[in-house]
Design a protein around this ligand. Structure first.
Ligand code: DGL
Length: 279
């Protein structure tokens, strides 16, 4: 099929606000590029949805970002990376209008860093029920480090705490402490914990408060940025297709004002969003 390689922004997708922590990490390291963020806030959370639904919603979002001119889309959402990335890469992209466009996720870059970080090889993963049930982290970790022991633990209350701006409330302490205790009871040798959901960095202070000393916390903003920088260096043909004025636009499937005010909590600066429909 014939296609012309046009220049455009990098797309960053999440089910809601969480991917803003990924976007922030990427923009800090690669401020020269243009970005479009898309949050499917009207249909969040994805973490409790089935494979089929997460795949369908994620594909709609990716197509929307392609329509915005993005040659490269980052799924800044663990649930979408776990449940939809492989099908999109293997089945949808090859027969799309421009198969040279790329979609990347956040799980593989995170897992690639573990051997530098963990001494015991015992890894804990906090994630949404969907990410944990998919066992994507276990599978990817064992491909790179077959001797590592991975224990996943779902934290169903953490996303609602963040989405409802309760991450710093006293109530959040209860749920944060409870999940840390449960994970470490399941494997006391864990020395590294992945925050495998892009919302969780908003709970970082509380998590550190209850995490025993000596346990590493792996967050994905910087890791994804380093991995993206490396990818663009290894793929100059893609790097040339990214437009570069340092701009960033925000799209949401929810009310734009609502998104703008909540997104400011994640980004620590005011932003203006536009409402879009996905189909
Ligand atoms: N931020 C998403 C992730 O990284 C989860 C939020 C949701 O459940 O939609 O998995």
């Amino acid at each position: 099929m014939q296609h012309s390689a046009t220049c455009g922004p990098i797309g960053v997708f999440d089910s809601g606000y969480g991917g803003l922590t990924i976007l922030e990490g990427i923009r800090k390291m690669l401020p020269q590029y243009d970005y479009v963020y898309l949050g499917d806030n009207a249909r969040t959370p994805y973490g409790t949805r089935s494979f089929d639904i997460v795949y369908r919603f994620t594909l709609q979002a990716v197509n929307r970002l392609f329509d915005e001119g993005c040659p490269l889309v980052i799924l800044g959402c663990n649930t979408a990376s776990a449940k939809a990335l492989r099908s999109i890469q293997q089945n949808d992209l090859p027969c799309s209008a421009d198969p040279s466009r790329r979609v990347l996720g956040v799980i593989r870059p995170t897992v690639e860093r573990l051997s530098e970080i963990s001494r015991t090889g015992h890894i804990g993963v906090f994630g949404t029920p969907g990410t944990i049930q998919s066992r994507s982290y276990d599978i990817e970790i064992s491909k790179i480090n077959p001797d590592f022991v991975t224990t996943g633990h779902a934290c169903p209350m953490w996303v609602p705490l963040v989405e409802n701006n309760e991450a710093e409330s006293d109530g959040a302490d209860y749920f944060v402490r409870q999940e840390i205790d449960r994970l470490l009871a399941a494997d006391p040798e864990i020395d590294t914990i992945i925050l495998g959901c892009t919302h969780y960095p908003l709970l970082e202070q509380k998590i550190r408060k209850y995490l025993p000393e000596g346990i590493n916390l792996v967050m994905q903003g910087e890791i994804t940025a380093v991995s993206l920088a490396d990818y663009l260096q290894r793929h100059p043909e893609m790097e040339r297709r990214i437009s570069r004025e340092g701009s960033c636009r925000y799209l949401t499937t929810e009310n734009a004002e609502k998104f703008s005010s909540m997104a400011s909590v994640f980004l620590h600066q005011p932003i203006e969003a536009t409402q879009v429909r996905l189909s």
